[in-house]
Design a protein around this ligand. Structure first.
Ligand SMILES: [Zn+2]
Length: 69
């Protein structure tokens, strides 16, 4: 079991994308304000500050410098 391991969920194939995304959302938080994030149109969106983070090849790019306002 490695339900809390980001590395483990990343290494899986992307077939079961919805489940993988939900797992990621559980463990991810906004790098700027540390709030919960949600999925909007294949992007990760901070529920508090509204920053958007891209998902590239199934891997969320959680960098403040890469965020869209
Ligand atoms: Zn935020």
């Amino acid at each position: 079991m490695c339900s809390m391991s980001l590395k483990c969920s990343m290494s899986k194939k992307q077939k079961n994308k919805t489940v993988a995304d939900n797992l990621l959302l559980d463990i991810l938080s906004c790098p700027d304000c540390k709030s919960d994030v949600g999925m909007v149109k294949a992007k990760i969106v901070c529920k508090k500050c509204g920053k958007k983070y891209s998902i590239v090849n199934g891997i969320p790019v959680m960098l403040i410098g890469e965020a869209d306002k």
